[in-house]
Design a protein around this ligand. Structure first.
Ligand SMILES: [Zn+2]
Ligand SMILES: [Zn+2]
Length: 228
């Protein structure tokens, strides 16, 4: 007996999750085992630690991808760009007002190393990103913030959802310009269609799958929302 290889797996890509800042935000380091080029998704802080991780795995950083403008996700983007020369890509332009507030917010939350940042490129719904020949797709998912995007790798069945969805919870919408109904609509209309097997890395806490959350997430399970 042999186990058939999982057609969904993407053996060319590797990933490590590195929680940063007092808010324990999940920064992802994704890289290609073939080219050893990699990106940080949501480098929120602790630039030295992030760069040390890249060095440890022998990864050359070629990009920073941001899901949204909150400081615990975007605080180290400018520092990584300065050190590596790589572009900062995302989020949607509707979050620029938050990227302009990182230093002011950092003073409030006691996260001193964050810097304001203007991306090299904003992301739109339906955009694609590339890493070493692997394609990632972009879904605009407002609600937690107006310019929040989710970045997903269909072939590897892996999504980076920032603060849209968590294991057993959803993003806060009590911040300025948050909108709870919009958040729920983003989850059900943009994420659920990607399929129940899609795994996701949330901005905080453990990984899960969309199927698991549709089953028992107290905010967005099918039974809770009255969908099927
Ligand atoms: Zn956030
Ligand atoms: Zn967060």
């Amino acid at each position: 007996m042999t186990t058939s290889p999982d057609p969904q797996s993407a053996p060319k890509l590797d990933i490590r999750i590195i929680p940063v800042t007092p808010l324990q935000q999940n920064t992802s380091l994704i890289w290609s085992r073939e080219t050893m080029e990699g990106v940080f998704v949501d480098p929120g802080g602790e630039t030295d630690r992030l760069m040390a991780a890249a060095e440890q795995f022998g990864v050359k950083i070629v990009g920073v991808w941001l899901t949204h403008g909150h400081l615990d996700h975007a605080g180290a983007a400018e520092a990584v760009r300065e050190r590596t020369g790589c572009p900062v890509i995302g989020p949607h332009r509707d979050d620029q007002w938050l990227l302009d507030e990182i230093e002011a917010q950092g003073a409030k939350y006691g996260i001193a190393d964050g810097k304001n940042v203007t991306p090299d490129r904003y992301l739109e719904d339906g955009d694609t990103l590339e890493l070493a020949g692997e394609t990632f797709h972009v879904a605009h998912c407002p609600g937690h913030t107006p310019g929040h995007v989710v970045i997903y790798h269909q072939a590897g069945q892996l999504a980076f959802v920032g603060d849209v969805l968590f294991r057993g919870s959803v993003g806060r919408t009590d911040f300025p310009r948050g909108n709870h109904q919009q958040l729920i609509d983003s989850i059900t209309q943009k994420l659920w269609p990607l399929g129940p097997h899609m795994r996701f890395v949330p901005g905080h806490g453990p990984m899960s799958t969309f199927g698991q959350e549709r089953q028992d997430n107290p905010f967005v399970a099918d039974q809770v929302l009255g969908t099927t």
